[in-house]
Design a protein around this ligand. Structure first.
Ligand SMILES: *[C@@H]1O[C@H](CO)[C@@H](O)[C@H](O)[C@H]1NC(C)=O
Ligand SMILES: *[C@@H]1O[C@H](CO)[C@@H](O)[C@H](O)[C@H]1NC(C)=O
Ligand SMILES: *[C@@H]1O[C@H](CO)[C@@H](O)[C@H](O)[C@H]1NC(C)=O
Ligand SMILES: *[C@@H]1O[C@H](CO)[C@@H](O)[C@H](O)[C@H]1NC(C)=O
Length: 335
């Protein structure tokens, strides 16, 4: 059962809490223990005082008395199996959320609502997965039938090199935008042959796009915007005949628009609805083949280095709703 150090810890934690006397801390108000191991699993110190809309003089005092406050002792960390911590509706008078909360490894539930903590939320409480390559494998390996994985803005720096024996080919949607990823990708990534939507914007990918990307042929949506990709837009993107949305904006691409549009427009039935190549360094002219992309409704080419005349075939795009060709040195347009 419970060892006495645990009692001490809890007493230090919130000394003066009236019902908390004696050794049997699992019986204390707000404490729940695992009924087999005897370890503290839950601390529920939600202030149960019922607020009324109009607080009378005497009630302020009542409220104050029923509220917990003050420093929270880091010895709480010794409760290694604590899964649930509720400190809501108390009054911690604007002190910062203790950073060590982020190290409560078993914690699954943390409620600090209406508890008057102040300052920044400690980084460890966010979904920071920067050092969790191995963990990610463990998670993924338990989910071989996973269809969608959304991990945007999790500070992930790299993908696990191996997924072990996991056949992860069922994945349809992968969103890892706004992380800290860079090339090279692990080999398994390019075996995601069913992938339909891939969102990798806002990472640190720099040129060139590796040729292995070619295996992701089923893609209907590809977003590589806000990276540092340069050189040529890969020719094989032109063979991605299921593409509905292609976003390569805010990179350093210089060439390849002819080949891309040439390829996409020779797809048996072009699906492309949205093309964003804005804020690159694309130099060439806009090819007349653009007119064959008859489903195109969104075309953004602003902030490039495109010149020449704007092809008349653009007028064939009857679905086009949004067109932005601004900030390019177009010439001879109105001649
Ligand atoms: C232990 O706790 C579980 C879940 O709360 C409960 O279902 C079970 O009956 C308890 N066992 C004993 C021996 O009290
Ligand atoms: C957190 O605590 C507040 C106040 O006690 C409660 O209203 C809310 O439902 C709790 N949130 C969750 C997610 O349990
Ligand atoms: C992986 O799973 C897919 C679909 O379930 C199946 O077609 C394929 O043969 C499997 N591959 C391997 C190497 O097990
Ligand atoms: C990728 O798929 C190929 C065959 O489709 C297989 O030989 C290879 O082992 C797979 N790689 C990984 C890392 O799963």
């Amino acid at each position: 059962m419970l060892s006495s150090p645990l009692n001490k810890i809890l007493l230090i934690l919130l000394g003066g809490f009236l019902s908390w006397v004696g050794q049997a801390c699992c019986q204390w108000k707000g404490i729940s223990c695992n009924n087999i191991t005897g370890h503290v699993e839950k601390i529920d110190l939600q202030n149960t005082y019922t607020y009324t809309l109009f607080v009378f003089d005497g009630e302020w005092e009542e409220m104050r008395k029923s509220s917990l406050g003050g420093e929270i002792n880091p010895s709480l960390l010794n409760l290694k199996l604590l899964t649930h911590l509720d400190l809501s509706r108390n009054d911690f008078e604007g002190i910062p959320i203790p950073t060590f909360f982020g190290h409560l490894k078993s914690l699954r539930y943390l409620n600090l609502s209406y508890a008057s903590f102040g300052g920044e939320i400690p980084a460890h409480l966010g979904v920071d997965l920067s050092n969790t390559g191995v963990t990610l494998v463990n998670v993924l390996s338990k989910l071989p039938s996973l269809l969608e994985l959304h991990l945007p803005a999790c500070q992930i720096e790299s993908l696990p090199i191996s997924l072990g024996n996991v056949n992860f080919t069922s994945l349809l949607i992968l969103d890892m935008s706004y992380n800290d990823l860079r090339f090279p990708f692990p080999e398994w990534f390019f075996n995601l042959s069913s992938l339909r939507k891939l969102y990798l914007s806002g990472n640190f990918f720099s040129a060139p796009v590796p040729s292995e990307f070619e295996s992701l042929k089923s893609l209907a949506a590809l977003d590589l915007s806000f990276n540092d990709l340069a050189g040529q837009i890969p020719k094989f993107f032109g063979n991605f005949c299921n593409l509905k949305t292609l976003n390569l904006a805010n990179n350093q691409f210089e060439v390849g628009i002819q080949e891309l549009l040439g390829g996409l427009s020779s797809c048996p039935n072009s699906e492309l609805e949205s093309l964003d190549l804005s804020s690159n360094k694309l130099k060439s002219q806009l090819p007349a083949s653009i007119g064959i992309l008859h489903k195109l409704n969104y075309l953004k080419l602003y902030m490039n280095d495109m010149s020449g005349s704007i092809p008349e075939s653009l007028g064939q795009l009857s679905e086009l709703v949004h067109l932005d060709l601004s900030f390019n040195p177009w010439g001879r347009v109105f001649n």
